[in-house]
Every structure is written in structure tokens, then in C-alpha cells.
Design a binder for this molecule. Structure first.
Ligand code: GLA
Length: 701
């Protein structure tokens, strides 16, 4: 048999595709395949069933009705008089190293699709598609979804839901016949956006079991789907969610679908994370500089910008060891609250009569860098910009969309609006020593028209272009993606930014879960994690400093608190914590994240383990009171079973609150144990008050 086929393999994953009857068929995406596989098609060819097609359906990646497929198609659209149904044939197929490139054409619909698949050494598959119209007629594209096959062992899905201040809660359910769809229609990825759609088995947990994950590299509207059709076959897909008429292709024009990033794991959800993290860390734009300890001013001062007060906060920050100070919302023209000013990116002389230079110089004189907040995609009606250009907002037929935080979305697809924001932001950055910007996006896009056409796709491309251009003009600039906290955390914008503001909720107890699941895909060094105030501003909860500090330690750490309120003891503890962060951040941000399958749901045991198994740092986190007197022993995976380790508890920001008379003895002086004893017998846990945590350091002796 002389089939066109390609096998892409890493140590842990194989992607195998073949051309059959002119269709491109993905035979396998999952565990590694080796040896004789030329007869896989024959081996898996099904019966001919009663009341069915007279020969087995070979749908291929385009999943067309014209080939007998009865689920959702990959491509949907229409011309004026035709092209509503397609039947693509492979016209070119090549494969080299870790790539497969395939061209498909439909000579009746006059469309071409160029597909590419690449698999990196970590086993991460990236799938791209370009659709080109070859006809004289306009082609209206309404859908393009990348699909991958799922084996029948995948019987559950896991994805994420949330809202402002409570992002990325896991949602797990059984796969049934039909289609499970997760749409995102906010025009930004959104608080409720699922950072990944994961198929898995009922048994899959953090450390074991199979899982197949996809994540769409896009910050606009998007969709995921898991589909099991009547014949029992099932698949997982993701793509951009296009609004009516959003993509119209004239002859020769193309649509580039956002990439799909797909990961298979045979070692549980942590196996997935490890691959996502490794893949993201290997990108050329991944920040390599140690992540500076950051103090953000928002919860310290809100809109009350007062230079003298800010200098006092900076003094304490410097004492603690902060390396970057960020001035948040409120510095620009007429921005005394959230009702006005967005759109006018000029320093307000009423609050900053000497400009920002003196305060920046003061901050820099302490060896601290300076960052500034912007929300350049937005405009308040009460702004000079809106008064001059009301036509620059995203809108349809002259309607003004419903307000949200008193603001509207600027149409960055409009060149005038784009250049206005770019030149104002550029001017502020050029005139001041600003190495970092926090870029916000505090509302959703609705009725978002651009010159009579749906404008979300264009807007998403415009912000990518904007960030790219800003970094060309300011090569050292780092950008944080914020959208009312974690509403723009996705694998599209990640290539243009250096950090995500994980959530507006700085309550450490809530943060434990938000961070745990955001890190399912995003490596912790890209997640802003700040020590909030003693009484959380969002939840009103009072939490120990040691707990807040341990919660903030593992990500890109910082502080979001008026630290002039901190007493001398608290400042000292923040200082020892800052030192610990700096000493360990390379390790915490470069090795393997581990979430132990701890048997008691009242606690998390999570940490980072060296890939070479030489050391680990874990946090034991008591979320709620235990029911049994003694918590389950902590057992540590990923260690070298034959090696001996020294284990000790460390308290860089003070001890937790205990509920006991004497702690387990090993806590006093540490203990030596083999990797196998640590994995299989474990260590006893002190009885902690709820919302308390401590760190465990493990090092090979
Ligand atoms: C959003 C952000 C906050 C802060 C405010 C400022 O809510 O998520 O961190 O920057 O805007 O208005």
C-alpha cells in the first residue's frame, strides 16, 4: 500500500495521520506508537451497519456532510449561490521533522485549506489552518473549528467556569451522546472562559491517568466542543466563534484560524501542566529575567493619588525588598473615579503637578523599577476623546451599547483610534522611565460593530498588533494582561505579554483555588500573585500574613496592600519572605509543578519538584478544618526512590496558627528519609487552624 501518511512523535505522544480517499484522516493522537502500523486503517475499519451507509464513512478532518459525516463540520460558510456544502480533497501532502503540511481543495466551492500540524519535543501539538477563497464570489465563513479524535476511554470532560474575583473553577462531567459546547462571547477571553477543554477518564487525577487537552490561542470570541455522535465516535474541537458576516473573503483573501494547542498526558493533569509549561517556557518571548517582586498600588491608594503618601509606601516597599512599583488607575486626565478620563492618556497636572518624573526618579533611586496602568481599549463618555470622536467606539447603527463600568470599547480596528491610543501611550512611555505596563480591559464587547460589520475579530487582531508595535518601540517593556483580574488569560495574548493579573481577588483562600487551576495551563511565573491586606478587600476575610505570603510565593510574587499599615513585625516578615522568594524563584519558576492527590479534600499539598529529583518545595495548605483529628500524612511523588532526602518545614513569613499541644516531632529539627518512604509512607501533618499553611523543603543529601 502506498499511502500518504505521517507520524509525529515525541517521547510521550504520537500524532498519526493518513490520506484516505482524498480525505486527511487523523488516526491517532495520544500515547506513543511504534513498530508496524501500516494496517491501522484496516484494523479499525468498522462493520457496515443496518440502516446505514453501504460502506464505512471516511469523514477526515473536514468532517463533511458530502462524505457522510453527521456531526458538526469543521468549516461552515457559503457563497452567494454555492459553497454551502464542501468536499475537500487533499492536493498536497508533505511531512518533515516534526511538521505535517497539507493542502486541501474543493474545486466546486473554489476554496483551499492549508493545514499544518507540528509536535514539539514535549509532545505539544499545534494545529494551524488557513482558508482561502479562490472564487470570484465572496465567501462568508461562519465557522472553522480544529478537531481532534478522542478514544472511547475518554469518558469525562473537565473545563473551567468563573466570574469576576472567582475565576477558573473546575467543572467535570460525563461525556454523553451529543455535543458539549463552551462558548465565549465577551469579545475578550473572559472570566468564564475555559483556559482548556480537557477530555479524561473517570479515574484520571493529578498524578495519573490519561487526559487530552486543547487550548485555543485566541483572546476574542471562542468555542470549544466535545462531541460524541450516534455512531459512537467522539472528538474534541476548538476555534474562534465568528459573528454573523464577520469574515467575508473576496477572491484570493484568506482567514487564518487561531491556533489550537493540544496536549496528551498519560500521567494525569499534572502531566498536562508540565507539557503546557515546558512548551510555553521554550518560546523565544518567554521572560527570562527573574520575576521582580512587585508592589501594585491599586488596593493601597485606589484613585487617591497623593505623591507624598505614595513616597511613604515606596519607602516601606524598599525596606521590604520590592523590585518593581506599579502606579495603577487614576494618574491621567480627569480620572478621579471610574466615571471619566478613559481615552485621555495624558498625565493629569491636578494630581501630578510635576508630572511622573520626580516620583519615578525617587522610586528608581531606591533601585526599584516603575510600572504604569493603562486601559487603552476603552473610553468614558466623559472624556476629551469621546467628545471629539464619538464615532470611534465599537457600535452598530449609531446605537450606544449598554454601559459597563461607565465605559465603552474603542474601535481599535479604526486606524484613527488605534493611532490615537498608540501615540498617547508611546508619548508617556518615551518621556518617562517606565519598564512595565499593566494593561487592563474592564468590560465585555457587545453590539460591537466596526463600520457596519461585526468587529470582534478585527479588535482582537488590533490589540495583538498594538502590543507588538509597543514592544518594537520599547524593547525592554514588559506588559501585564489584566482584564478586571483574570478575564484575558489565554494562549493567544500570551505571546505578547509577560504576566497575567490572575484575579482581582487577593483573598489568599480564594486565590489558592484560582491559582491552582489557572496554572493548569499557564506556568506560575506568568501569574501575578500578591500578598493582600490583613482584611481582604474583596471578601472582607481576615487571614494570617504567613498564609497570604505562602499563597503568593509560587507565582510572580508581589504585594497589593498599603504596607504603611503593616506593623514592624509584619514588615520584617515581609522582608524575610521577599528574601526567600528571591532565593528560590529560579527554582519555583523553572521546574515541575506538582499538585499531590491528597486524600483529604480539606487541604491542598502542592509544590515544585526539580526535574532531576534533587529537591522540592511544597506547601501544605489547610483550607478548612479537618474532620479526623490528624490530617492524612503527606506523601511526595517525583522523588528518586533510592535517594535519601532531608526534609524540613520552613516559615519565611512566620509560623502558621496551630490547633494542637505539640507539633509532630519531625517539624522541630527536620528528618532524613528515602524517596520511597517519602512517596509511600509520608510525613505526619500538624493540626492547623483553617486558612493556614506552611512550607516543606526537601533536598537530596
Ligand atoms: C481592574 C483591575 C484592577 C485595577 C482596577 C483599576 O479592576 O483588575 O487590578 O487595576 O481595574 O481601575
Amino acid at each position: 500500500m502506498n499511502k500518504q501518511s505521517a507520524l509525529l512523535s515525541s517521547a510521550t505522544t504520537t500524532f498519526f495521520c493518513e490520506v484516505q480517499n482524498g480525505a486527511l484522516v487523523i488516526r491517532h493522537w495520544g500515547a506513543p506508537l511504534t513498530g508496524e502500523i501500516s494496517q491501522v486503517e484496516l484494523a479499525t475499519r468498522p462493520s457496515v451497519a443496518h440502516s446505514g451507509f453501504d460502506s464505512p464513512v471516511v469523514a477526515g478532518v473536514m468532517r463533511e456532510s458530502a462524505r457522510g459525516f453527521l456531526g458538526r463540520q469543521t468549516l461552515a460558510g457559503h457563497g452567494l449561490a454555492g459553497a454551502w456544502s464542501t468536499r475537500f480533497e487533499v492536493v498536497a501532502f508533505s511531512s518533515f521533522d516534526s511538521y505535517v503540511l497539507v493542502t486541501l481543495r474543493d474545486d466546486a466551492a473554489l476554496l483551499e485549506v492549508n493545514l499544518s500540524f507540528s509536535l514539539d519535543s514535549f509532545g505539544v501539538l499545534r494545529q494551524r489552518a488557513r482558508i482561502t477563497n479562490l472564487s470570484e464570489e465572496i465567501f462568508h465563513l461562519s465557522d472553522y473549528i480544529h478537531w481532534l479524535p478522542l478514544p472511547r476511554e475518554a469518558n469525562q470532560t473537565l473545563d473551567f467556569v468563573g466570574r469576576w474575583s472567582n475565576e477558573r473553577n473546575p467543572q467535570r462531567r460525563d461525556i454523553g451522546t451529543g455535543t458539549w459546547v463552551r462558548d465565549s462571547r465577551e469579545g475578550r477571553s473572559g472570566h468564564n472562559f475555559s483556559i482548556a477543554e480537557i477530555a479524561l477518564t473517570k479515574e484520571t487525577n493529578f498524578q495519573s491517568g490519561e487526559a487530552w487537552a486543547i487550548s485555543i490561542a485566541w483572546s476574542g470570541n471562542s468555542q470549544y466542543a466535545v462531541e460524541r455522535i450516534w455512531d459512537g465516535s467522539q472528538s474534541i474541537g476548538g476555534g474562534e466563534l465568528l459573528l454573523p458576516g464577520e469574515v467575508k473573503l473576496a477572491r484570493g483573501e484568506s482567514y487564518e484560524a487561531p491556533e489550537l494547542v493540544a496536549v496528551y498526558s498519560h500521567d494525569g493533569l499534572d502531566g498536562l501542566s508540565h507539557k503546557f509549561h515546558s512548551h510555553i517556557r521554550a518560546r523565544s518571548q518567554h521572560p527570562l529575567r527573574p520575576r521582580p517582586l512587585t508592589l501594585n498600588m491599586w488596593e493601597a491608594v485606589y484613585f487617591a493619588h497623593d505623591e507624598e503618601n505614595i513616597r511613604k509606601i515606596v519607602d516601606v516597599a524598599s525596606e521590604i525588598g520590592v523590585e518593581r512599583v506599579v502606579l495603577d488607575d487614576g494618574w491621567f486626565h480627569s480620572r478621579r473615579d471610574d466615571r471619566s478620563g478613559l481615552g485621555d492618556w495624558v498625565i493629569d497636572p491636578l494630581v501630578w503637578p510635576q508630572g511622573l518624573t520626580p516620583v519615578i526618579e525617587y522610586i528608581n533611586s531606591k533601585g526599584i523599577e516603575f510600572g504604569l496602568w493603562f486601559e487603552g481599549e476603552m473610553v468614558n463618555i466623559d472624556s476629551d476623546l469621546y467628545r471629539a470622536h464619538p464615532e470611534w467606539i465599537l457600535q452598530e447603527s449609531g446605537r450606544v451599547p449598554p454601559e459597563w463600568r461607565h465605559q465603552h470599547v474603542l474601535d481599535l480596528g479604526h486606524e484613527g483610534a488605534y493611532q490615537h491610543v498608540l501615540s498617547q501611550v508611546d508619548a508617556v512611555l518615551s518621556a518617562n522611565n517606565i519598564s512595565y505596563i499593566k494593561w487592563d480591559h474592564n468590560r465585555v464587547l457587545v453590539d460591537a460593530g466596526h463600520l457596519g460589520q461585526a468587529g470582534v475579530h478585527r479588535q482582537t487582531q488590533a490589540i495583538y498588533r498594538f502590543f507588538k508595535e509597543l514592544k518594537v518601540r520599547h524593547p525592554q517593556l514588559e506588559i501585564e494582561s489584566c482584564a478586571s483580574g483574570g478575564a484575558r488569560v489565554d494562549l493567544g495574548v500570551i505571546d505578547y505579554v509577560d504576566r497575567f493579573w490572575t484575579s482581582d481577588n487577593n483573598d489568599a483562600l480564594a486565590r489558592q483555588t484560582i491559582q491552582r487551576w489557572t496554572a493548569q495551563v499557564i506556568p506560575p511565573e506568568l501569574l501575578g500573585t500578591h500578598v493582600g491586606p490583613t482584611h481582604g478587600h474583596q471578601t472582607g476575610r481576615t487571614l494570617e500574613l504567613s498564609f497570604r505570603a505562602i499563597t503568593a510565593l509560587f507565582g510572580h510574587a508581589g504585594i497589593e496592600w498599603d504596607i504603611t499599615e503593616a506593623d514592624p513585625k509584619q514588615r520584617k516578615l515581609l522582608g524575610t519572605w521577599a528574601k526567600y522568594y528571591k532565593e528560590n524563584r529560579d527554582f519555583l519558576h523553572g521546574e515541575r509543578m506538582v499538585r499531590v492527590d491528597y486524600p483529604d479534600a480539606s487541604a491542598y499539598l502542592h509544590g515544585v519538584c526539580a526535574v532531576d529529583q534533587s529537591r522540592a518545595i511544597y506547601a501544605y495548605v489547610q483550607l478548612e478544618p479537618t474532620i479526623a483529628v490528624h490530617p492524612a500524612p503527606m506523601k511526595f511523588p517525583h522523588l528518586d526512590h533510592s535517594a535519601t532526602y532531608f526534609v524540613k518545614a520552613v516559615h519565611p513569613a512566620g509560623r502558621p496558627r496551630y490547633m494542637l499541644i505539640e507539633t509532630p516531632e519531625w517539624l522541630l529539627n527536620g528528618i532524613e528519609l528515602s524517596g520511597s518512604a517519602l512517596a509511600n509512607i509520608g510525613l505526619s501533618v500538624p493540626i492547623l487552624a483553617p486558612a493556614n499553611a506552611f512550607l516543606i523543603e526537601i533536598s537530596r543529601v
